[in-house]
Write a protein that binds this ligand. Structure first.
Ligand code: SF4
Length: 442
């Protein structure tokens, strides 16, 4: 590893002190001096899992053995390359996702963080999240991740019903999940998130809400609710096709989601995004960057990033996708310093579409100030203020457009996808109609 150990240990120790000192309050952080173009979040993808879950179509691999030293070196190299390319001076959060990153050694996590802290400013109290599966993350291992610099855990609990966990092909039981959750809360108080799935085949609303109530007796300050999506190519999809399992019922899933939102609201959680709920200000600042269309770098096989490559003389934000397959990705990183497979420049209209679709996922929506950062000339009022279709959504109480900006109401958030079917064409039309002098090059 190219990073001096003394400095590295210094960063991890400082991070632990900062973790004790500070709990995340809202989405705020310490004062930022760097312009937005020099700040980013960093996502690190660990592509390996122990076993294939029956519903999963993520980019993951079940290896016979992992050459972890080689993988570590490549993750570090790619992080250094992308940081250099992006000209990013401050990394505000790091998220180790997968795959199952809790199968990686804490040494690998530490090496990546050390490399980031060496190449840029990584504040000691930055949010550093690790996704952990209950079976690969007993308490002692979680403590080692904490020593490596991790200060937030996202636990893939998925269900508190052993039959459902078997159906999903998970390697843990409900008992394992609760044990891991308890250990995680002792080590990272106030900074543990749990994922719970809904809409499974044959799942009923009452028992699922019972699971959520049970979870509330054990969980910390952050819960994510995800609806199962039946993906072609997965074992679960085949079972449903063959008729050995009933197809998930979308009506029931929507009842579960609605009921889950109510239960969490009563328990003091703020629904700050379509799938995410937090109390005591425990929002995920990393994911907030995605919804605010901030810059992020994606490191590791199949990782996605979005940033302006200033080091390469670029001026336009690019969507970057890294090579999917780990062995090929490693070869490319060893040859070129990074494994970027696709690099797509994003036009200004595309950016605005993202700002709209991502921002409306959150409870604050899109403020006028936020929108202006991406388009100082075409205001939210210009785009949506005169539209009959939008007026109808406002009158139905699904959407709000006022002095703060544009956002979904409590009733509108669950039907965001259908709202976007009206809003996106409206934006496209307003973009076409803007006076030529406002269009770059026009
Ligand atoms: S642990 Fe996660 S990434 Fe791995 S197979 Fe299961 S769902 Fe997919």
């Amino acid at each position: 590893m190219a990073v001096p150990q003394a400095r590295a240990r210094g960063w991890a120790a400082a991070a632990r002190v900062a973790q004790r000192r500070r709990r995340v309050e809202g989405t705020g952080g310490p004062p930022r001096s760097e312009p937005a173009s020099q700040r980013a979040a960093l996502y690190v993808h660990w592509p390996y899992c122990e076993k294939r879950c029956s519903y999963c179509n993520f980019n993951k691999y079940i290896p016979r053995g992992v050459e972890e030293a080689a993988m570590r070196k490549c993750l570090v190299t790619e992080a250094q390359t992308l940081l250099r390319l992006s000209g990013v001076r401050r990394v505000e959060s790091v998220f180790f996702g997968g795959g199952t990153p809790s199968l990686a050694s804490p040494h690998t996590v530490a090496a990546v963080l050390e490399a980031v802290a060496q190449a840029t400013y990584l504040p000691a109290d930055s949010e550093i999240t690790l996704e952990a599966n209950p079976t690969s993350a007993p308490g002692s291992r979680l403590a080692e991740f904490g020593a490596a610099g991790v200060n937030r855990l996202s636990i893939g609990l998925q269900s508190l019903d052993d039959t459902e966990l078997r159906l999903l092909g998970r390697t843990h039981s409900a008992g394992d999940a609760l044990q891991t959750l308890a250990a995680a809360r002792r080590l990272f108080p106030g900074r543990v998130s749990v994922d719970l799935m809904l809409g499974l085949p044959a799942q009923q609303v009452g028992p699922w809400l019972g699971q959520l109530q049970e979870l509330l007796r054990h969980c910390d300050d952050h819960v994510s609710l995800y609806q199962l999506s039946l993906e072609r190519g997965t074992a679960l999809f085949a079972q449903v096709q063959q008729g050995t399992l009933p197809a998930p019922d979308p009506e029931l899933a929507s009842e579960m989601y609605q009921g889950g939102r109510e239960v969490l609201r009563e328990a003091g959680f703020r629904q700050y995004e379509v799938s995410n709920f937090a109390r005591n200000g425990a929002l995920s600042t990393h994911n907030w960057t995605y919804w605010q269309c901030g810059q992020y770098l994606g490191v590791g096989p199949g990782a996605h990033g979005r940033f302006v490559p200033q080091g390469a003389g670029g001026h336009t934000r690019e969507a970057r996708i890294q090579t999917l397959e780990p062995d090929n990705w490693m070869k490319e990183v060893m040859l070129f310093g990074h494994g970027t497979r696709k690099c797509i420049p994003l036009g200004r209209l595309e950016m605005l579409e993202e700002v709209l679709a991502m921002g409306l996922r959150t409870d604050v929506g899109i403020t006028h100030q936020h929108w202006q950062r991406f388009d100082p000339q075409l205001t939210l009022w210009d785009v949506f203020g005169a539209s009959k279709e939008v007026k109808e959504l406002l009158e139905r109480g699904l959407l709000l457009l006022d002095h703060r900006g544009l956002r979904c109401s409590w009733e509108g958030l669950p039907v965001l996808d259908s709202l976007l079917l009206t809003l996106l064409p409206q934006l496209q039309e307003a973009w076409q109609q803007r006076t030529p002098s406002l269009v770059p090059g026009g």
